[in-house]
Design a protein around this ligand. Structure first.
Ligand code: BDP
Length: 591
């Protein structure tokens, strides 16, 4: 799944802008021919979630239609034309000039359909996309489960703690490629002393024989290898003597250009390796700490829609705290984000939308497994060439049936979800490993979940809320329990641990002496203690605060004004006191 580009062989037309929009709660749109134009509509920005653009759409998650028109020039004629949607949450159906060309399940990942035969050259073409985001138990992530969250029940009825924003969240583009085109490129980099290697596999769309070249620029001189295609596939390795390796401190990028008789494609390459050794993560053979945040794609008005100025600002703020890493909690972020991370030197844990997986009935588990596998396939196909992506995360907080926040496993009867959970999680980890043996794999574990679910991970991700959901207001005791638990997990598995979440809801501007829960002082103290606990443990490979910024969650008694307020920054990106604590620990400041 290559990112569409414009060059001398390929074309790209970005349809971002204001589209026509109409809700369709009774599903009358298709038979009524809305794919050819909406009977009446209102303006809607694409990319963007629809929920915050109009007050009456805030809680609307059912079917809705987006329609636009675009001119396609005849200079594209003779090429193959595709429509590509960056993300339609949750289910999208695409029509071109009234003809249904395909549909896709699952948000946050791109999909494309060939539309060559439906294009009108040198004329307006109609593009319609219907999107719906119903919460269902068999979807990933799931909603509308029969089990209730007791006093924490929420509106809408998600199983997860973020607003289920709906719509076309990323750009919709038309692109064209030659008849015989480069369908995929896989780059794997290696290091041998001071030298690098760039191993390339190029796949064409047809099983043809032919020649090509791969050229790497950005070093002292261009390096080139010939490509010999057999059955549409060519493989070659470029040695890079005296390479400049990609890292969080020096995110150096080379440019790889693959050329065939008919096509040309360029992408950025960072030469780096990632591995684990004992309790450490090694980047290019050197120990690295992955410090930063769990985040969300979330902002006022744009919801989960691509927001480029916000993205640039967030990277600047993360750097200001001294962070060098983050997790794409709880779904793959935009491709533009990944490109920026390559360029800015962030280390990413890339996560599928498997939040709070439940292990209830065999039927439901099988349905979710199918979706999760598809999401892993699509995420790895999309992100496998980004040097910034160092780890695949196949689940966030899979849930035991009887969650007890008491912490360490043991003592009580085995949870009925333990067996089915382990089977499913290990299937997901194995799939990620099989598709990409060059990166690390993990699942992010919930407090009180079975320790056995960690067994097959390269790195153990632990979300722990000692001092918030458990022992709130009792930071001495909380710290003690955290220390015990971290030591026990290390003793059991001997693998690097990243605290993938720890945090305290904090109302910006609320102060307390003594520092009680919800005050800025409490959050600052809570974070400081966690960072000190980690600093004293060699096997902690990263500390990722929950969350980078306050974000839209669901309505419940646990979420003031529908916000999760564990942000180090507010939703409008103003720092809370704890941001300065992070700087104390993560930025080595001159006196
Ligand atoms: C964890 C979840 C995360 C929540 C967070 C919280 O992984 O999505 O937002 O807790 O409660 O359980 O703040």
């Amino acid at each position: 799944m290559l990112y569409p580009i414009q060059n001398d062989r390929r074309n790209k037309l970005d349809l971002s802008g204001i589209w026509d929009f109409k809700t369709d709660p009774d599903s009358v749109g298709e038979p009524a021919g809305w794919a050819n134009g909406l009977p009446d509509s209102r303006p809607m920005a694409v990319p963007g979630s629809w929920n915050e653009q109009y007050e009456d759409l805030f809680g609307y998650l059912d079917l809705a239609w987006y329609v636009t028109r675009t001119f396609v020039p005849s200079t594209w004629q003779g090429q193959r034309v595709f429509i590509r949607v960056g993300s339609a949450n949750y289910h999208g159906t695409v029509y071109v000039n009234g003809v249904k060309v395909g549909e896709h399940e699952g948000g946050h990942l791109p999909f494309a359909f060939e539309i060559t035969d439906h294009v009108r050259w040198d004329a307006e073409n109609g593009v319609a996309i219907s999107v719906e985001n119903e919460l269902r138990p068999t979807r990933v992530p799931s909603g509308n489960m029969t089990s209730s969250m007791g006093m924490f029940a929420s509106t809408p009825r998600t199983t997860f703690d973020f607003y289920p924003f709906a719509g076309l969240h990323r750009p919709v583009v038309l692109y064209s490629v030659p008849q015989t085109y480069i369908e995929d490129i896989t780059v794997v980099t290696g290091i041998d002393g001071a030298d690098g290697t760039v191993a390339i596999t190029v796949t064409l769309n047809a099983p043809v024989t032919g020649q090509g070249t791969a050229t790497l620029t950005g070093g002292s001189q261009p390096l080139q290898v010939p490509l010999s295609f057999k059955d549409g596939v060519a493989q070659a390795t470029l040695p890079v003597p005296g390479a400049r390796f990609w890292s969080d401190k020096d995110p150096y990028l080379y440019t790889l250009t693959v050329k065939t008789d008919s096509d040309r494609y360029s992408l950025q390459v960072g030469i780096r390796t990632i591995a684990v050794q004992g309790g450490h993560i090694l980047l290019n053979g050197q120990r690295v700490q992955m410090n930063g945040f769990g985040r969300h794609e979330d902002f006022i008005a744009s919801g989960k829609g691509l927001n480029l100025p916000l993205m640039v600002k967030d990277y600047q703020l993360m750097r200001w705290t001294g962070a060098n890493a983050y997790r794409t909690s709880h779904y793959p972020y935009s491709e533009e984000e990944m490109q920026l991370a390559d360029r800015e030197g962030f280390l990413i844990i890339d996560e599928i939308p498997a939040v709070s997986l439940q292990f209830d009935t065999d039927e439901n588990i099988a349905a979710r497994l199918r979706v999760c596998l598809q999401q892993i396939d699509e995420m790895i196909a999309r992100d496998k060439n980004h040097p910034s992506v160092v780890m695949w995360c196949v689940a966030n907080e899979p849930m035991p049936r009887n969650l007890s926040l008491a912490g360490l496993e043991g003592g009580g009867p085995a949870d009925p979800a333990e067996g089915p959970g382990k089977a499913m999680l290990e299937t997901l980890l194995a799939r990620a490993r099989e598709l990409d043996p060059t990166r690390l794999v993990t699942i992010v574990t919930v407090m009180g979940g079975p320790l056995s679910w960690m067994e097959q991970c390269d790195v153990i991700g632990m979300n722990r809320y000692w001092g918030w959901y458990v022992l709130g207001g009792e930071l001495d005791k909380a710290q003690n329990r955290l220390e015990q638990e971290l030591d026990a997990v290390w003793e059991k598995w001997g693998k690097p641990i990243i605290m993938t979440e720890f945090g305290a809801d904090t109302m910006a501007g609320m102060h307390g002496h003594p520092d009680v829960m919800w005050t800025e002082e409490y959050q600052a103290d809570y974070i400081r203690r966690h960072l000190k606990v980690a600093a004293a443990r060699d096997f902690i490979a990263g500390m990722q605060v929950w969350n980078f910024a306050d974000f839209a969650a669901v309505q419940s008694i646990a979420r003031v004004a529908g916000l999760n307020m564990k942000g180090i920054f507010t939703r409008t990106r103003q720092p809370k006191l704890a941001a300065h604590v992070l700087r104390e620990f993560w930025v080595k400041q001159p006196d």
